[in-house]
Structures are given as structure tokens and as C-alpha cells.
Design a protein around this ligand. Sequence first.
Ligand SMILES: C[S@@+](CC[C@H](N)C(=O)[O-])C[C@H]1O[C@@H](n2cnc3c(N)ncnc32)[C@H](O)[C@@H]1O
Length: 275
Amino acid sequence: MDATGLDSNGREFKTADEMWREHTGDPSKKTQWYRDGVSYWEGVNPTMDGVLGGFANVNEPDISCSEDFLKILLSERFPADARRQPLVVLDCGSGIGRVTKNLLIRYFNEVDLLEPVSQFLETARETLALGCQTNAVHKAVNFYCVPLQDFTPEAGRYDVIWIQWCIGHLTDEDFVSFFKRAKVGLKPGGFFVLKENIARSGFVLDNEDRSVTRSDKYFKELFSQCGLHVYRLKDQKGFPEELFAVKMYALTTEAPKRALRAKSKTSINRPRTIM
Ligand SMILES: C[S@@+](CC[C@H](N)C(=O)[O-])C[C@H]1O[C@@H](n2cnc3c(N)ncnc32)[C@H](O)[C@@H]1O
């Protein structure tokens, strides 16, 4: 990737590849990169304020904007009158289960959670067991304590794989390899939702939590390497000005169907012989 970037100390990188080489260029550096990322989150309180970096107030606009997006996607891809099987979702980098509890459990019959920090996952398990709309037809089923780079989903289990505010921990190589493996976990018609902070250009490396904020262009280049297509895109609204912009991408394995183009004027108006 040839995007230029900065780290949180103001250091400039001419290319993302230069940054990745420096931080993850050999197996021991890469192991350390992922260890540092998880250690950072292990030191954070398992609370809403903790997982939202001190901005618990963004929970409400975040969930509301995600819900609007999800409703449209489900109605287009899995219309209620055509559904024959229960809806299943995977919440990746679920933290304390904030997105599951406030959104996913209401729309899906089964939710699986994946989170590498065990105290977060335990908090999610306890919160979800305490009711919060969990019942016989809407329930959290599997709790996987693994990082995304080591996870391969069960083939054909998920209608939706939701990935919010965690993909920045993955190197470009692991990003692409994760999505390629995860595609197999989707049911026919299934899709990914990726919700992420967006850099104005290139990338920004956070040296503290070992995560990279990528630009929209950077993400689109990676999606193309994964063989994924942007089916729909929505900008988050209502967040404080000082925060990064946030986008939601719905990604599919098949290219969006284009409406049949009307015959071009030139072909319509072209002189024809009278039969
Ligand atoms: C900003 S929190 C977001 C949590 C949750 N998605 C939410 O929106 O409330 C980032 C989460 O990513 C998790 N994480 C860190 N490294 C990860 C990795 N390699 N794979 C998956 N998740 C990771 C952290 O443990 C943390 O729970």
C-alpha cells in the first residue's frame, strides 16, 4: 500500500508498507504488535466508557445510525416474508457486548461474539445472561475468546458478520486474509458490515493501542484485494466534532447488480434501413 501516513507522535511514513515493515516486519515484531494491542485493552475498564475511549455519549447516536442502516440492509437482502431460517450474526471485536446488547440481539435470532480480551467477553456473557431482550428466539450462543487474525468461522453459519471498531488492529495482510476466510462463513445473500473511523487521507497509527485508522481510499483498496464489493455505504452522523469521521460499509461477495442501461441516444438515433 503506497498511502502516506503519520503516527500519534507526529512521525511521517512515506508509505504504509514502510510502517508495516517497521512494526510487524518479522514474526517476533508481529507477535509483539498483537500482544501490545490486546494488553492495551486488558488495562481498560469493562464499561461503556472504557470500550468507547471515554466517549460513552456516542453510544446512542452510534446505535441509532447503525439501526437505520441495518434495517434497510435486512429488508433488501433478507425480506421478512421470504425468511425461512433464523437470522444469525457474528459480532467481531465485541468488547463488552455493547453492539450485541443494544442492537444485534433485537434483530437476530442467534448472536455469536468474538473478543480476544477475556474480561470483556465475560462481562458480555454476564450482561447478556441478565435478560436484556435475550429469550428463546433471540439469544447469544457462542462466545469466542480469540482475535480476528486467528479466527475462521463455521462455513455458511452467518447472515451478517458485524465488525466494528476493531479491524484497525489488523495488519493489511491479516485484514485481507481474515475477510477471505470469513466469506466462507456467510450464508448465500449474507454480507459484512464494517463500521470504522476514517482518516482524512492515508493512515494514522496509534502507538498506544497498536491500531491503524485508514482512509476511505485505503479501505476500498483492501476491499478489492479481498474480492469484496461495497453494496451500501453510510456516514455516521451526530458525533462530537473532535472525533474521526465514521463510515459504515455493507460488503458483499457478489458485485452489485447494475440496472440495465437504456439504449444510448447514439444507438437509438442511428440511421437504420427500412425493412
Ligand atoms: C473500541 S473497542 C470496540 C468494542 C465494540 N466493537 C464496540 O463497538 O463497543 C475495540 C475492541 O477491539 C478488540 N480487539 C483488539 N484487538 C483485536 C483483534 N486482534 N481482534 C479482534 N478484536 C480485537 C478490543 O479488545 C476491544 O474490545
